[in-house]
Design a protein around this ligand. Sequence first.
Ligand SMILES: *Cc1c(COP(=O)(O)O)cnc(C)c1O
Length: 405
Amino acid sequence: MQSKDLLQLAEQFGSPIYVYDAEKIQSQYNRLTKAFSKVDKLRINYAMKALSNVAILQLLKDMGAGLDTVSIQEVLLGLHAGYAPEKIFYTPNGVSLEEIEEVNAMGVQINIDNLSILEQFGTKHPNVPVCIRINPHVMAGGNTNISVGHIDSKFGISIHQLPHLVRIVENTKMNIVGIHMHTGSDILDIEVFLYAAEILFDAAKNFKNLEFLDFGSGFKVPYKKDDIETDIEELGRKLSKRFNAFCTEYGKELTLIFEPGKFLVSEAGFFLAKVNVVKQTTSTVFAGIDSGFNHLIRPMLYGSQHHIENISNPKGKERFYSVVGYICETDTFANNRRISEIKEGDILCFRNAGAYCFSMASNYNSRYKPAEVLWLNGEGHLIRARESFEDLLKNQIPLPIAATV
Ligand SMILES: *Cc1c(COP(=O)(O)O)cnc(C)c1O
């Protein structure tokens, strides 16, 4: 997408606003399927928690993707977007047996990640096809909040508990059809990923009726200039070869599943916000925008670096700015960042705003959530209206007048 298109969308739909480039989502999807073209049965389940707008779900459904969901509400959204239940996987953590049973009754593939629920579910429903999430204890994350495979992680069934796991499966005679892992959100090193895959293959040998192996996600995308990214093509070559060899050894053609979120949508997203005020203090020039961590929390929560451009003045002389929000506590998007000269009223564009941006937005400070626009075939389609005052009041129940006096 070009800056002039983004600028025009900010004028047309107002600010702040999220814009998603459909073509980028499609090209990322195609890149991934191409990298694994040597695997006969490949399935990409989009991890919808990254960006759960129904129009985005529809776009990916039309490309042939399945869905990876983590809550019953995400399952409902997926069904609403038109996904068949068998195209939806449910890989939650720490949810109740009741919720798992409810999702199972919808015909969705469930994935269990602890022994307690596994035993209870297997005892009650021995015939239901179940996937098991293991924890290979491989440290493969870029940030402690998102590395989920290590020893103290709450995710998955520890690989050291495999004997106990196998005993539960034998005792309940439950039907295990898949093994799953999701090691962390940023794969920086393919060898580390392949090492974890070996642990998954080893675990898989304990189960005779498998239909698929799910390798989760964690593909890293570049956020800054010269940032490292997962080499999908290399991973595709190496893992496909190893996977096919495993299938031969196992004696059955299994389906290889990935469940990327960030890889598919991060770079397709742009967040546009207007500069309300340029404030020069003794040491710093602040650019204060009409947004805050209520709309984009990744810089404050994870220390993420989103590239910022002044698309109103792209050729201007570069100066150093701290870009901050309007929330009444510290909400710094970027410190001491080189940006072309900013005037009040300019539109700043944040890159990599597709994944975990709108989906983590809130109404803090009683601000409205932004609108969302999909850029498709050279045109902007509004896919979520900006909120209004009614949205803030919805579900609130005021006291009767008499109770307040
Ligand atoms: C969040 C999540 C993903 C997606 O991770 P990305 O880093 O966005 O690709 C995949 N699988 C599970 C189980 C998840 O919780």
